[in-house]
Write a protein that binds this ligand. Structure first.
Ligand code: 1CP
Length: 354
């Protein structure tokens, strides 16, 4: 229709929003802000609607997903919504026996350790995740011009849960497979790349304006191992969705040494944690990419004055960037005062108004 943008099915007002412009490295009226894990336990309204509903079940109820996704947009006035889900949802959807245990995270009943185990990773079809298509349809109607970010876990981070069987600090089983049986590892990551690509396509076709690929734990790898054992699968995911023209964001924790490679994997926007200042990150990433980040989430436990000083430092470091999306360096912590987040959004908007 006349009010749809050339680059997809989204309304022109969404296409022209500050978040979308920053991702495309175009001039913006103010620096856009959103927060990883902006929906979730920091919000009392989230705890209320989630009461008694297990995490994975909540991801499969379109009305609940819609409500939870909208909560931080209403409360904080952030410039983008992120689809409420979890990185293990597509793995559950293809029939893996896994659960998200409160206080633990994703737990896989039978870890993937052998070639025979790969047979359990079948392709994902849109019908497997029809609740996602339905929820995104509801959401894009409610959101108006505010863009919706779809997301998925990247092959390495998904593999870390599948091979370990749950959260890990050392990734010993996953890395043992990567170093010790590179062919099995490559085949595992390739299978996960196909599943991830299919899952992102579902979200884009349903109306997501941008996508973020979370490789949260890939900072555990040396650059040479990233290049050899992970990058091909991430490249495959990004290539699979390149044709839609939606911005592709790529983020991981502790990835200072990998920023260039993660950009080269096919990201339009490179997410940076709090360990590398954004001006230095821009030098590492090179031209042609926007950056996202990177206030240390724990700064929000300090006074408003300290939050403002530290935010100014982030904005000053971002002053020369081609495009900047303000975010935390990782997710919002559950115990944070949500008012500190609302004040932070206002502060960034006011401070960067042009
Ligand atoms: O019952 C609950 O409330 C469980 C807590 C919870 C929540 C709210 C989990 C379990 N996942 C989520 C939602 C979630 N997961 C979102 C919310 C969307 C938003 O931002 O509003 C997102 C983006 C994710 C993605 C996710 N899940 C990542 C990548 C992002 C990141 O933080 O790096 C990862 C690594 C996971 C795994 C996961 N799921 C849940 C937990 C506690 C964990 C981490 C476990 C670990 O330490 O390995």
């Amino acid at each position: 229709s006349a009010n749809e943008s050339p680059a997809g099915r989204q309304p022109t007002a969404t296409y022209d929003s500050p978040f979308m412009k920053a991702c495309r490295r175009e001039p913006v009226p103010h620096t856009p802000v959103w927060f990883m894990r902006q929906a979730g336990r920091s919000l009392p309204e989230y705890r209320k609607v989630r009461a008694g509903v297990p995490m994975l079940e909540s991801c499969m109820r379109p009305e609940l997903v819609t409500e939870i996704t909208l909560q931080p947009v209403r409360r904080h006035g952030v410039d983008a919504a992120i689809y409420f889900s979890d990185i293990v949802v597509p793995l559950k959807a293809i029939g893996l026996d896994l659960d998200i245990k409160p206080g633990v995270g994703p737990v896989v009943e039978e870890p993937i350790r052998t070639r025979a185990d790969l047979a359990r990773l079948r392709d994902l079809t849109p019908e497997d995740v029809s609740y996602v298509t339905e929820a995104i349809g509801l959401l894009t109607r409610e959101l108006g011009p505010t863009p919706l970010i779809g997301f998925a876990g990247a092959p390495f981070t998904l593999a870390s849960y599948l091979v370990e069987g749950g959260p890990s600090r050392t990734y010993e089983n996953a890395k043992a497979m990567m170093y010790g049986d590179p062919e099995l590892w490559a085949d595992l990551l390739d299978r996960l790349a196909d599943i991830t690509a299919a899952f992102l396509k579902v979200q884009i076709e349903a109306g997501a304006s941008a996508v973020q690929l979370f490789d949260s734990w890939v900072g555990a790898l040396a650059p040479a191992d990233y290049r050899r054992s992970v990058m091909p699968a991430s490249v495959k995911v990004f290539e699979a969705v390149a044709g839609y023209g939606v911005p592709r964001i790529h983020f991981g924790v502790g990835t200072g040494e990998l920023l260039k490679l993660m950009g080269d994997a096919g990201a339009d926007v490179v997410g940076v944690d709090w360990r590398v200042p954004l001006d230095e990150a821009a030098r590492r990433v090179g031209p042609g990419k926007a950056l996202q980040g990177n206030l240390d989430p724990t700064v929000l436990f300090a006074s408003t004055e300290v939050v403002e000083t530290r935010t100014r430092e982030v904005l000053d470091a971002a002053a020369g960037l081609e495009g900047h999306v303000f975010n935390l360096g990782h997710g919002v912590m559950p115990s944070i005062d949500p008012d500190a987040l609302t004040r932070l959004v206002d502060y960034v908007h006011t401070r960067t108004a042009r």
